[in-house]
Design a protein around this ligand. Structure first.
Ligand SMILES: NC(=O)c1ccc[n+]([C@@H]2O[C@H](COP(=O)([O-])OP(=O)(O)OC[C@H]3O[C@@H](n4cnc5c(N)ncnc54)[C@H](O)[C@@H]3O)[C@@H](O)[C@H]2O)c1
Ligand SMILES: O=C(O)C(=O)C[C@@H](O)[C@H](O)[C@H](O)COP(=O)(O)O
Ligand SMILES: [Zn+2]
Length: 380
């Protein structure tokens, strides 16, 4: 005879947080900590990478210490190759050896690889400690630092291990974009264009008109201050409005994955020689080719997308080294896969997303259809 009991755990957790956009936000971060943004912290751990460490990590560490905060800095080699379980374990061991406990707060300073890794670490360290994101790349500002997706890559594919862990606040330092290599900035423009495609036709037109004010025809940084601010604001708004409605990606949030069914597979199969945004740019084109075939987009709309990606200095052609069959096989590692079927999300023209008859924002696509669209991709 068995007995069953119900454990009543109706959680009402307020995970709201602010996103601050501006230049040089260390003062603001320190003022927030002084005003108790994160209560009951005895020690802060800045997590950053080897490139960002001297530029922003160390200066923030000094400022924290000058203001009486106990803080230390932990860094790992810059680059996507470091976004692994191994790096996370090394950092965890370092924190433990420095007696960090549940009264710690993690401050991620860097791009998306840092915020993904440090956020994952924060979500599991001591079963979870608070974290702040100080975004220093356009990609982190536009996308990675907001929304709480954290994780690491595995040899199989990107972001397969992780958790949702929302930061307590996000700081977007527009001044940091001035030290970014142009290629990294262009990578962030891919996620920016994706946001415009999925949620804001006016923003798409704005980017068509103003791309030259942030990046030159030769792909160099221009960074008009007003346009940079507009880009940061629009990106964050489009992203958080989706995340607010579907934090854990039960349906609507899948639209943020536009371009990623193919994009993540291309990124991994390139051996990470393509940056995340570059792979997403090509993934957006694959999605557009499929979308045109299915009548979700017109040829003209797909051409506008390709032209904007090109204007941003992004790749729109498939690397010749990636065979179509292998690419489709890799798509099975996508998190939208259900019942063993690859699913895509699609633009509905420009600035909106398709919602299908069953209410879902994603739809299974047959391998043969994907392969046919891939056949149409130009190759380099
Ligand atoms: N969690 C999410 O929602 C989400 C969204 C999009 C992308 N991502 C992830 O984000 C990562 C890509 O982000 P990223 O492009 O910012 O990567 P990144 O953190 O690797 O930064 C790119 C490079 O720029 C350097 N850098 C960072 N800031 C700098 C600055 N201000 N000046 C000079 N150099 C600087 C870094 O050291 C690194 O070499 C990928 O791992 C991707 O999967 C996550
Ligand atoms: O925030 C989201 O949701 C996204 O899908 C944003 C993507 O740009 C980002 O690359 C994300 O990490 C991809 O998630 P994944 O679940 O496909 O790994
Ligand atoms: Zn992405």
């Amino acid at each position: 005879m068995s007995r069953t009991f119900q454990v009543m755990l109706k959680k009402v957790v307020d995970d709201s947080y602010a996103i601050e956009i501006g230049e040089l936000l260390f003062d603001s971060l320190i003022a927030d900590l002084q005003q108790g943004l994160v209560p009951n912290v005895s020690k802060y751990a800045i997590i950053t990478d080897s490139t960002v460490e001297p530029l922003y990590g160390r200066p923030l560490l000094e400022r924290l210490r000058q203001n009486g905060f106990a803080a230390e800095l932990f860094s790992f080699p810059a680059g996507e190759a470091s976004k692994t379980r191994e790096t996370k374990a090394l950092l965890e061991d370092q924190l433990l050896s420095r007696a960090y406990g549940r009264d710690s707060c993690i401050i991620a300073v860097g791009g998306g690889a840092v915020t993904d890794l440090a956020g994952f670490l924060a979500g599991t360290f001591g079963r979870g400690v608070p974290s702040l994101n100080y975004a220093t790349t356009l990609l982190a500002a536009a996308d990675a630092s907001v929304g709480g997706k954290t994780g690491v890559n595995t040899p199989v594919a990107t972001n397969l291990i992780g958790l949702f862990h929302q930061p307590r606040k996000v700081y977007i330092d527009l001044a940091a974009w001035r030290t970014l290599p142009a290629r990294e900035f262009r990578s962030g423009l891919a996620e920016t264009i994706r946001h415009a495609c999925l949620g804001d036709a006016d923003f798409f037109s704005y980017l068509e008109e103003n791309m030259g004010k942030v990046i030159s025809d030769r792909g160099q940084l221009v960074l008009d201050a007003g346009v940079c601010e507009h880009i940061a604001l629009a990106n964050c708004r489009i992203k958080y409005e989706v995340v607010e409605q579907d934090e854990r990606e039960s349906n609507l949030r899948q639209i943020l994955n536009l371009g990623h069914t193919a994009g993540r597979a291309i990124e991994a199969l390139s051996g990470y020689t393509l940056l995340h945004g570059e792979a997403v740019a090509i993934g957006l084109v694959v999605q557009a080719k499929l979308g045109v075939k299915r009548g979700y987009m017109t040829e003209d709309q797909a051409e506008r997308l390709i032209a904007l990606l090109k204007k941003a200095g992004l790749p729109t052609e498939m690397p010749a080294s990636i065979p179509n069959r292998q690419l489709v096989d890799k798509m099975y590692t996508d998190k939208k896969v259900r019942s063993g079927r690859i699913r895509f999300v699609f633009q509905d023209g420009i600035g909106a997303m398709k919602r299908f008859a069953d209410g879902s924002y994603s739809i299974p696509v047959e391998e043969a259809d994907i392969l046919a669209a891939l056949e149409e991709m130009p190759r380099v």
